[in-house]
Ligand binder design. Structure first.
Ligand code: NAD
Length: 257
């Protein structure tokens, strides 16, 4: 019977925001955790130091999820340190706001490479060990944008997340026979660096508007998402797969509704 103490988790983009809360939560449950980061080693290392100081086990490893060779190197490093990855959380993501008018092919291509191709690279890199162990939990962080929210400027970002969402369902089908579950958590509006921007007043106004569009009347915290991820990642969730869970406080502003 698998327990949390047997788990080896890889959280992409784990140095800040939602990923940081997920890494911390999985470590608290008892998993060994690899905090993947792209550029900010200091943030990832401070989280790792904090987890280790509190009785957990963690390492930080740099890799660009858009680079499949770098991802493979990272997964090998985790295996050499803690054993094969049993929990993969595809959290790394970028959001470029654009409209049909301001469409920028290069930027949007990069966004697709991170948000969608990244999910393919990491899943391929962990699946050999997971298949051998006949066990695995994969949780993809998509977005309610992929479910059709009406926030302007989000169309191309939403499309990358829709790709991640359909990959979730298809990979669940491919990997199910090996005891591997694949699910998605689709966050609503969460207070992080990604959503904050630099203009404090503009942020407050936006947050207030989106809070009032949610049944629960507030925007989300990274821990709201970490909680849902811990549910899917749990050893107890072995018969739940191909699900997309919106964690959005009950948002009501969906297109066509
Ligand atoms: P964030 O910008 O604070 O964190 C994203 C993290 O991903 C950063 O640490 C960044 O360095 C990392 N990252 C970016 N590109 C990477 C790459 N190529 N390789 C490795 N790491 C990379 O954003 P966040 O708000 O914490 O978002 C986390 C996830 O949740 C993202 O996938 C995002 O799209 C999704 N999401 C966020 C919200 C929200 O309201 N904040 C809503 C819906 C979905």
């Amino acid at each position: 019977m698998a327990t949390w103490r047997d788990q080896v988790a890889l959280v992409t983009g784990g140095g800040r925001g939602i990923g940081r809360a997920i890494a911390r939560r999985l470590a608290r449950e008892g998993a060994s955790v690899c905090v993947n980061y792209l550029a900010r080693a200091d943030a990832a290392e401070s989280l790792v130091a904090d987890i280790n100081a509190n009785g957990g086990r963690a390492i930080a490893v740099a890799a660009d999820v858009a680079d499949d060779a770098a991802v493979e190197g990272m997964v090998d490093r985790v295996a050499a340190t803690f054993g094969g990855v049993t929990i993969l959380v595809n959290n790394a993501g970028v959001s470029h706001q654009a409209t049909l008018e301001s469409y920028d092919q290069e930027k949007l291509q990069r966004m697709r490479q991170v948000n969608a191709d990244g999910v393919i690279h990491t899943t391929r890199a962990v699946m050999t060990d997971m298949r051998r162990q006949k066990y695995g939990r994969i949780v993809n962080i998509t977005s309610i944008a992929a479910l059709g929210t009406a926030l302007p400027g989000n169309a191309f970002y939403a499309a990358t997340k829709a790709e991640a969402q359909i990959l979730t369902l298809r990979f669940a089908m491919e990997l199910g026979p090996f005891g591997i579950t694949v699910n998605a958590v689709a966050p609503g509006f969460i207070q992080t660096d990604m959503t904050h921007g630099t203009d404090e007043n503009a942020w407050k106004e936006r947050a207030q508007k989106l809070a009032s569009a949610a049944m629960l009347g507030r925007v989300g915290e990274p821990d709201d998402i970490a909680n849902a991820v811990a549910f899917f990642a749990s050893p107890d969730s072995g018969w739940i797969t191909a699900q997309v869970l919106a964690v959005d406080g009950g948002r009501m502003d969906y297109l066509g509704r």
